[in-house]
Design a protein around this ligand. Structure first.
Ligand code: AVJ
Length: 307
């Protein structure tokens, strides 16, 4: 990350929109809480996407050149990668990219143990900024980008277009890009997915304050903030907020800020796309969609694009 946590938090507190980049949610505890979210009954995206992949991996793999190099953005626990690597029959190598270095090392070790012949090159990178690939890559034919989880939905439209363009350049001629997007749907399904009765998403959101206290010596009381998931149309999205229950005075890096009751910190946006609009966005970035698959309820979509 080119901007530091301190820079981003101070900027957010000074600005009335109080928007903190969602990448900061993923410290070690945040990454573990996100993994717990993916197991919740109300959080449908992960299991829905895995179901789509399981049903269609043979067709997807058949459309990818042999001995491709697999590059995964935001690999996290790499759970969806095992069936993909199985289906690809010996890809030339696997490059998992993640911002959480601890998580990345663990996941890379697990993958190496599972696929002993596979060169694994973990790479710490923040894909919300321009990033590179490691220099010493194994020989390969073309490259396959893998960006599951609808993580691209955390980016504003312009940033998503830039990321797709950047990947087009990095992955190069004849590359493929397999990507998951969460589709727009009723708020009755979306809100519980981001505000579960178990309170795991609330803990995930509030953990950001714990991280800020620890890393910046700030004095947030997480109990002063209520987790809230808000649905908006046009563009369709869920926003996570931390809403002040009462007037709060907080000190961060020697600066003092006052927040009023009801004011909120905006900690994440999760865009919900439709396939047509996303196909247009991808085309603007040099990718053409050659296949797309959804679940029976059209909650989530997996897109295969080629350069
Ligand atoms: C990992 C960014 C795809 O937006 O659904 C889950 C993160 N935030 N619950 C999402 C998240 C709250 C998740 N992504």
């Amino acid at each position: 990350m080119t901007d530091t946590l301190q820079h981003d938090v101070l900027a957010a507190l000074r600005d009335p929109a109080h928007r903190i980049p969602s990448a900061w949610l993923y410290d070690q505890r945040g990454s573990a809480l996100f993994e717990a979210i993916t197991q919740l009954p109300s959080y449908y995206p992960t299991r829905t996407e895995i179901g789509i992949l399981e049903a269609h991996l043979p067709a997807i793999a058949a459309a990818v050149p042999e001995r491709s190099l697999l590059v995964e953005l935001g690999s996290g626990s790499s759970r969806k990668t095992v069936p993909l690597i199985d289906a690809l029959h010996q890809p030339a190598g696997y490059v998992p990219l993640d911002i959480s270095a601890d998580y990345l090392a663990e996941a890379a070790d697990a993958l190496s143990a599972r696929f002993p012949g596979l060169p694994v090159h973990p790479w710490v990178a923040d894909f919300t900024e321009a990033f590179d690939l490691p220099a010493d890559l194994p020989e390969h034919t073309s490259r396959l980008g893998f960006f599951p989880g609808s993580t691209i939905g955390n980016l504003e439209t312009g940033d998503a277009r830039h990321l797709l363009q950047h990947c087009r350049g990095l992955l190069g001629q004849d590359s493929r890009f397999l990507l998951g997007i969460d589709l727009d749907k009723s708020a009755d399904i979306l809100i519980p997915a981001y505000d579960d009765p178990e309170g795991v998403t609330a803990a995930f959101n509030r953990n950001l304050l714990v991280r800020i206290n620890r890393e910046l010596g700030a004095d947030f009381d997480p109990d002063d903030f209520r987790h809230e998931a808000r649905y908006f149309e046009a563009p369709a999205r869920i926003e996570m907020h931390l809403v002040c229950r009462r007037a709060v005075t907080v000190h961060v890096a020697g600066e003092r800020f006052e927040l009023t009751a009801g004011e909120s910190l905006h900690t994440e946006t999760s865009r919900k796309y439709d396939i047509g609009a996303f196909t247009t966005l991808a085309a603007e970035a040099g990718w053409s969609v050659s296949g797309h698959w959804t679940d029976a309820e059209a909650r989530f979509a997996v897109l295969l694009m080629h350069a």
